[in-house]
Design a protein around this ligand. Sequence first.
Ligand code: GTP
Ligand code: MG
Length: 408
Amino acid sequence: MDSLISFISEIYKNFGIDAANAGDVWGIAAVMLVTFAAVSFLFRSEQAPQQTQKIQEIPTSEAKEFKTTIEDVHIESSEEAEVKPGLKIVEPVQVEGPTWRERLAKGFARSRSEVWGKLENIFSGEKLDDDVLDEVEEILYTADIGPATAADIIDELRKRAKEPGFDSAQFKLFLRDFLGAILAGPQEKLDPALLSFDSAQSGKTKVIMVVGVNGAGKTTTIGKLATKLTAQGAKVVVGACDTFRAAAVDQLAVWCDRAGAHMVRAKEGANPSGVGYQALEEALNMKADYCILDTAGRLHTKGNLMDELAKSKKVLQKLDETAPHQTLLVIDAITGQNALRQAEEFNQTLGLTGLIFTKCDGSSKAGSAVGIVKNLNVPIAYIGVGENVEDLNHFKVDEYLDSLLQMS
Ligand SMILES: Nc1nc2c(ncn2[C@@H]2O[C@H](COP(=O)(O)OP(=O)(O)OP(=O)(O)O)[C@@H](O)[C@H]2O)c(=O)[nH]1
Ligand SMILES: [Mg+2]
């Protein structure tokens, strides 16, 4: 033992440490051991984030067959979600901000100034003769309500113009009633569970498949929707089926993290239907109230988007033959009349149960909702007027028309 102590003392001396007796030798050794343990603990903590990011950094590969994809799917709890540098995420606003009515009015400002307000100006002080009616018709076309609806309005206006005292206020009331009649019918088909969560009615997992062309606002809307539903006490699972680019999945992860929703994600390039299947399986195991699926707006393969979405729907039915219970099409209001063609295609392939109009704030085309609802006979579930959680709300016909026509 003595020779061991003198051997260690010699080593200490080489480092300039003077250990006079056996107590000093063991004391110094103990201090060194504790220091080493603390340094290695700190070092490991710094490494940890890089390890959890690994799964997101696997490069895109060819799309794999459904079976293999299931194995690729990585279940990620909201706590694991991370923000990648450069990712643009808008901070949610505080509830004390503007009311929904104020947001809607602000959102429709462009539609009013560029379209609906002009109608009022043209009409005021003028007789509703053929020239004025031509002008009204021209403006209605720019409102994107659809040529057939615009023509119907003009036909009706010709009759009403002959009525004594038909002034601009009556004209606005007429427009509100006319457009309201088109929108109200399909709204009756809307499932109330889409609008708010009722814990007394919970029991079966509701599967909501969200579709739309790229950039329409699917991911943002799902983030807002998940936030609203979890705030009402619902258990929500979100499936990141858009495996086209990693940034899209990261964007969703941030929303889910904030919402307290459970997210199911896969490696970039994995098969979307596999992710949907795994998300629903996880939602059923967790007895979640909602399973919301964020789908791709375009594919990384040359495959057809509609075929892929139809396949995803079929795969879900292996777990629940009634799924998806809602297939919601997100439409960017800026798209105007082109949105009708898109909506028809999605409806034909998937049988849409609802529409979500986004970006009504950045566009003068908020009227396009009328043409699409009329043609598809599908209700509008939600309307978006900005990038924050509070900028999404249930669609209500009266609110929409009052804001658009500045009725109150
Ligand atoms: N002004 C405004 N911007 C919105 C609204 N909804 C979404 N956005 C923005 O539109 C952009 C595209 O939204 P995403 O949610 O990524 O669209 P996406 O359909 O998921 O797009 P892909 O994943 O590429 O298919 C984002 O910058 C959103 O912040 C809205 O109601 N108003
Ligand atoms: Mg997206």
